[in-house]
Design a protein around this ligand. Structure first.
Ligand SMILES: Nc1ncnc2c1ncn2[C@@H]1O[C@H](COP(=O)(O)OP(=O)(O)O)[C@@H](O)[C@H]1O
Ligand SMILES: [Mg+2]
Length: 241
Protein backbone atom coordinates (compact mmCIF):
# COMPACT_ATOMS: atom_id res chain seq x y z
CA UNK A 1 0.00 0.00 0.00
CA UNK A 2 1.37 3.44 -0.89
CA UNK A 3 1.78 6.22 1.65
CA UNK A 4 -0.50 8.45 -0.44
CA UNK A 5 -3.31 5.95 -0.07
CA UNK A 6 -2.87 5.89 3.69
CA UNK A 7 -3.01 9.69 3.85
CA UNK A 8 -6.27 10.04 1.94
CA UNK A 9 -9.38 10.34 4.06
CA UNK A 10 -11.91 7.53 3.76
CA UNK A 11 -14.43 9.53 5.81
CA UNK A 12 -14.85 13.23 6.43
CA UNK A 13 -17.74 14.14 8.70
CA UNK A 14 -17.84 17.89 9.18
CA UNK A 15 -19.94 19.75 11.74
CA UNK A 16 -22.77 17.22 11.87
CA UNK A 17 -25.78 18.36 13.85
CA UNK A 18 -28.91 16.27 14.37
CA UNK A 19 -32.11 17.58 15.86
CA UNK A 20 -34.92 15.09 16.46
CA UNK A 21 -38.52 16.31 16.81
CA UNK A 22 -39.57 19.94 16.88
CA UNK A 23 -40.51 22.68 19.34
CA UNK A 24 -41.12 21.21 22.79
CA UNK A 25 -40.14 17.66 21.75
CA UNK A 26 -36.84 18.90 20.31
CA UNK A 27 -33.73 16.85 21.11
CA UNK A 28 -30.32 18.01 19.90
CA UNK A 29 -28.72 14.56 19.66
CA UNK A 30 -25.46 15.74 18.07
CA UNK A 31 -23.92 19.16 17.66
CA UNK A 32 -21.15 20.07 15.20
CA UNK A 33 -19.58 16.61 15.35
CA UNK A 34 -16.45 16.47 13.21
CA UNK A 35 -14.32 13.40 12.53
CA UNK A 36 -11.89 12.57 9.73
CA UNK A 37 -10.81 8.96 9.24
CA UNK A 38 -7.91 8.08 6.96
CA UNK A 39 -7.81 5.03 4.72
CA UNK A 40 -6.34 2.27 6.84
CA UNK A 41 -7.24 3.96 10.14
CA UNK A 42 -9.31 2.28 12.85
CA UNK A 43 -11.13 4.66 15.19
CA UNK A 44 -12.96 3.95 18.46
CA UNK A 45 -15.92 6.14 19.41
CA UNK A 46 -16.67 6.07 23.13
CA UNK A 47 -19.33 7.73 25.23
CA UNK A 48 -22.19 7.08 27.64
CA UNK A 49 -25.58 5.83 26.52
CA UNK A 50 -27.61 8.57 24.87
CA UNK A 51 -24.57 10.71 23.99
CA UNK A 52 -25.25 10.59 20.23
CA UNK A 53 -22.92 7.81 19.04
CA UNK A 54 -25.50 5.88 17.03
CA UNK A 55 -26.90 9.13 15.66
CA UNK A 56 -23.41 9.97 14.38
CA UNK A 57 -22.85 6.50 12.94
CA UNK A 58 -26.21 6.33 11.13
CA UNK A 59 -25.54 9.79 9.65
CA UNK A 60 -22.09 8.77 8.39
CA UNK A 61 -23.62 5.50 7.15
CA UNK A 62 -26.14 7.53 5.12
CA UNK A 63 -29.06 5.92 6.92
CA UNK A 64 -30.46 8.94 8.78
CA UNK A 65 -29.49 12.32 7.34
CA UNK A 66 -28.09 14.99 9.64
CA UNK A 67 -30.02 18.22 10.09
CA UNK A 68 -26.89 20.04 8.96
CA UNK A 69 -23.27 19.28 8.20
CA UNK A 70 -21.37 17.51 5.43
CA UNK A 71 -20.34 13.89 4.83
CA UNK A 72 -17.61 13.12 2.32
CA UNK A 73 -16.77 9.48 1.58
CA UNK A 74 -13.56 8.76 -0.31
CA UNK A 75 -13.39 12.32 -1.63
CA UNK A 76 -17.01 12.52 -2.78
CA UNK A 77 -19.40 14.88 -0.99
CA UNK A 78 -22.46 12.65 -0.54
CA UNK A 79 -24.51 14.45 2.05
CA UNK A 80 -24.92 18.15 2.87
CA UNK A 81 -27.55 18.63 5.55
CA UNK A 82 -30.64 16.78 4.36
CA UNK A 83 -29.54 16.91 0.71
CA UNK A 84 -27.94 13.78 -0.80
CA UNK A 85 -25.60 13.86 -3.78
CA UNK A 86 -25.72 10.15 -4.63
CA UNK A 87 -28.18 7.31 -4.97
CA UNK A 88 -27.81 6.38 -1.33
CA UNK A 89 -28.86 2.75 -1.61
CA UNK A 90 -26.32 1.81 -4.22
CA UNK A 91 -23.66 4.11 -2.76
CA UNK A 92 -24.11 2.45 0.64
CA UNK A 93 -24.01 -1.06 -0.81
CA UNK A 94 -20.76 -0.37 -2.67
CA UNK A 95 -18.93 1.79 -0.16
CA UNK A 96 -20.11 1.12 3.36
CA UNK A 97 -20.10 -2.05 5.46
CA UNK A 98 -22.15 -2.19 8.66
CA UNK A 99 -21.83 -4.36 11.73
CA UNK A 100 -24.30 -4.20 14.61
CA UNK A 101 -24.41 -5.52 18.16
CA UNK A 102 -26.26 -8.60 16.96
CA UNK A 103 -24.86 -10.21 13.87
CA UNK A 104 -28.26 -10.17 12.08
CA UNK A 105 -27.35 -13.19 9.99
CA UNK A 106 -30.13 -14.78 7.94
CA UNK A 107 -31.03 -17.83 10.07
CA UNK A 108 -31.90 -20.24 7.25
CA UNK A 109 -28.75 -19.59 5.20
CA UNK A 110 -25.40 -21.20 6.00
CA UNK A 111 -22.47 -19.04 7.10
CA UNK A 112 -20.92 -18.99 3.64
CA UNK A 113 -24.27 -18.22 2.00
CA UNK A 114 -24.78 -15.27 4.36
CA UNK A 115 -21.54 -13.74 3.04
CA UNK A 116 -22.19 -14.74 -0.54
CA UNK A 117 -25.57 -13.06 -0.73
CA UNK A 118 -24.09 -9.61 -0.05
CA UNK A 119 -21.95 -9.96 -3.18
CA UNK A 120 -24.73 -11.44 -5.29
CA UNK A 121 -26.94 -8.46 -4.39
CA UNK A 122 -24.11 -6.30 -5.69
CA UNK A 123 -24.17 -8.07 -9.09
CA UNK A 124 -21.43 -10.67 -8.52
CA UNK A 125 -21.92 -14.14 -10.05
CA UNK A 126 -22.81 -16.94 -7.65
CA UNK A 127 -19.56 -18.75 -8.35
CA UNK A 128 -17.29 -15.73 -7.82
CA UNK A 129 -19.26 -14.74 -4.72
CA UNK A 130 -18.90 -18.21 -3.20
CA UNK A 131 -15.20 -18.40 -3.83
CA UNK A 132 -14.58 -14.96 -2.30
CA UNK A 133 -16.86 -15.83 0.66
CA UNK A 134 -14.74 -18.91 1.39
CA UNK A 135 -11.56 -16.87 1.02
CA UNK A 136 -12.91 -14.29 3.50
CA UNK A 137 -13.89 -16.97 6.02
CA UNK A 138 -10.36 -18.27 5.82
CA UNK A 139 -8.96 -14.74 6.27
CA UNK A 140 -11.12 -14.24 9.38
CA UNK A 141 -10.40 -17.66 10.88
CA UNK A 142 -13.81 -19.33 10.48
CA UNK A 143 -13.32 -21.36 7.28
CA UNK A 144 -14.33 -24.59 9.00
CA UNK A 145 -17.78 -23.11 9.74
CA UNK A 146 -18.79 -22.48 6.11
CA UNK A 147 -21.73 -24.90 6.00
CA UNK A 148 -23.08 -24.28 9.50
CA UNK A 149 -26.30 -22.39 10.10
CA UNK A 150 -25.86 -19.29 12.30
CA UNK A 151 -27.59 -21.05 15.21
CA UNK A 152 -24.71 -23.56 15.27
CA UNK A 153 -22.11 -20.81 15.75
CA UNK A 154 -20.91 -19.05 18.91
CA UNK A 155 -21.52 -15.30 19.24
CA UNK A 156 -17.90 -14.58 18.35
CA UNK A 157 -18.06 -16.75 15.22
CA UNK A 158 -21.32 -15.07 14.18
CA UNK A 159 -19.67 -11.65 14.47
CA UNK A 160 -16.77 -12.88 12.31
CA UNK A 161 -19.27 -13.90 9.64
CA UNK A 162 -20.91 -10.47 9.98
CA UNK A 163 -17.48 -8.86 9.49
CA UNK A 164 -16.85 -11.02 6.42
CA UNK A 165 -20.24 -10.02 5.02
CA UNK A 166 -19.53 -6.34 5.72
CA UNK A 167 -16.17 -6.37 3.92
CA UNK A 168 -17.26 -8.67 1.07
CA UNK A 169 -17.87 -5.89 -1.45
CA UNK A 170 -14.59 -4.17 -0.54
CA UNK A 171 -16.16 -1.09 1.02
CA UNK A 172 -13.96 1.93 1.73
CA UNK A 173 -15.73 2.40 5.07
CA UNK A 174 -16.76 0.05 7.89
CA UNK A 175 -19.09 1.22 10.64
CA UNK A 176 -19.69 -0.96 13.68
CA UNK A 177 -22.14 -0.09 16.47
CA UNK A 178 -21.21 -1.86 19.72
CA UNK A 179 -20.22 -5.03 17.84
CA UNK A 180 -18.78 -6.76 20.90
CA UNK A 181 -21.44 -5.85 23.46
CA UNK A 182 -22.80 -9.41 23.46
CA UNK A 183 -19.37 -11.09 23.68
CA UNK A 184 -17.12 -11.89 26.62
CA UNK A 185 -13.87 -9.93 27.03
CA UNK A 186 -11.64 -12.39 25.21
CA UNK A 187 -13.93 -12.88 22.18
CA UNK A 188 -14.71 -9.17 22.14
CA UNK A 189 -11.02 -8.40 21.88
CA UNK A 190 -10.56 -10.88 19.03
CA UNK A 191 -13.31 -9.15 17.05
CA UNK A 192 -11.75 -5.71 17.74
CA UNK A 193 -8.43 -7.07 16.47
CA UNK A 194 -10.19 -8.09 13.25
CA UNK A 195 -11.27 -4.49 12.67
CA UNK A 196 -7.68 -3.31 13.04
CA UNK A 197 -6.49 -6.08 10.70
CA UNK A 198 -9.06 -5.13 8.05
CA UNK A 199 -8.22 -1.42 8.33
CA UNK A 200 -4.47 -1.90 8.20
CA UNK A 201 -4.39 -4.60 5.52
CA UNK A 202 -7.21 -3.46 3.24
CA UNK A 203 -6.90 0.31 3.65
CA UNK A 204 -10.46 0.57 4.95
CA UNK A 205 -11.53 3.45 7.21
CA UNK A 206 -13.18 1.89 10.27
CA UNK A 207 -15.25 3.45 13.07
CA UNK A 208 -16.22 1.24 16.01
CA UNK A 209 -18.65 2.50 18.66
CA UNK A 210 -17.86 0.68 21.87
CA UNK A 211 -18.33 0.66 25.63
CA UNK A 212 -15.53 -1.84 25.99
CA UNK A 213 -12.48 -0.04 27.34
CA UNK A 214 -10.41 -3.22 27.58
CA UNK A 215 -9.49 -3.42 23.91
CA UNK A 216 -8.76 0.25 23.23
CA UNK A 217 -5.09 -0.41 22.46
CA UNK A 218 -6.03 -1.95 19.09
CA UNK A 219 -7.28 1.45 17.84
CA UNK A 220 -5.23 4.13 16.08
CA UNK A 221 -7.41 7.00 17.28
CA UNK A 222 -9.99 7.48 20.00
CA UNK A 223 -12.92 9.89 19.96
CA UNK A 224 -15.37 10.53 22.76
CA UNK A 225 -18.92 11.82 22.68
CA UNK A 226 -20.83 13.40 25.51
CA UNK A 227 -24.19 15.19 25.29
CA UNK A 228 -23.92 15.28 21.50
CA UNK A 229 -20.45 16.84 21.49
CA UNK A 230 -17.55 14.98 19.92
CA UNK A 231 -13.90 15.35 20.76
CA UNK A 232 -10.72 13.58 19.79
CA UNK A 233 -8.71 12.25 22.69
CA UNK A 234 -5.53 14.28 23.12
CA UNK A 235 -2.52 12.87 21.29
CA UNK A 236 -0.46 11.86 24.32
CA UNK A 237 -3.14 9.35 25.37
CA UNK A 238 -3.49 7.92 21.85
CA UNK A 239 -1.60 4.86 20.72
CA UNK A 240 1.91 5.63 19.47
CA UNK A 241 2.75 4.59 15.90
N1 LIG B 1 -35.41 8.60 16.40
C1 LIG B 1 -35.24 9.39 17.46
N2 LIG B 1 -36.17 10.29 17.83
C2 LIG B 1 -36.00 11.10 18.90
N3 LIG B 1 -34.90 11.09 19.67
C3 LIG B 1 -33.94 10.22 19.38
C4 LIG B 1 -34.03 9.32 18.26
N4 LIG B 1 -32.90 8.57 18.21
C5 LIG B 1 -32.13 8.98 19.23
N5 LIG B 1 -32.74 9.98 19.93
C6 LIG B 1 -32.18 10.69 21.10
O1 LIG B 1 -30.94 11.26 20.71
C7 LIG B 1 -29.97 11.13 21.75
C8 LIG B 1 -28.77 10.34 21.25
O2 LIG B 1 -29.15 8.99 21.00
P1 LIG B 1 -28.18 7.91 20.38
O3 LIG B 1 -27.53 8.50 19.19
O4 LIG B 1 -28.95 6.67 20.18
O5 LIG B 1 -27.09 7.74 21.55
P2 LIG B 1 -26.08 6.55 21.86
O6 LIG B 1 -25.93 5.71 20.63
O7 LIG B 1 -24.80 7.25 22.26
O8 LIG B 1 -26.64 5.79 23.01
C9 LIG B 1 -30.70 10.48 22.92
O9 LIG B 1 -31.17 11.50 23.76
C10 LIG B 1 -31.84 9.76 22.25
O10 LIG B 1 -32.93 9.61 23.12
MG1 LIG C 1 -26.25 3.63 20.40
Amino acid sequence: MTTDLIKDNAIEADELTKIYGSDNTKVVAMRDATMHVKQGEVVALLGPSGSGKSTFLTAVGLITPPTSGRITIKGKLVQDGETSYANLRSFRRKNIGFIFQKSNLIPFLSAVENIQIAMELNGESKRAARSRAIELMDYLGVADRADNLPSMLSGGQQQRIAVARAIANRPSVILADEPTAALDGHRGRQVMELFAKVAHEQGTGVIVVTHDHRALDVFDTIYEMEDGLMRKRPLETQKKH
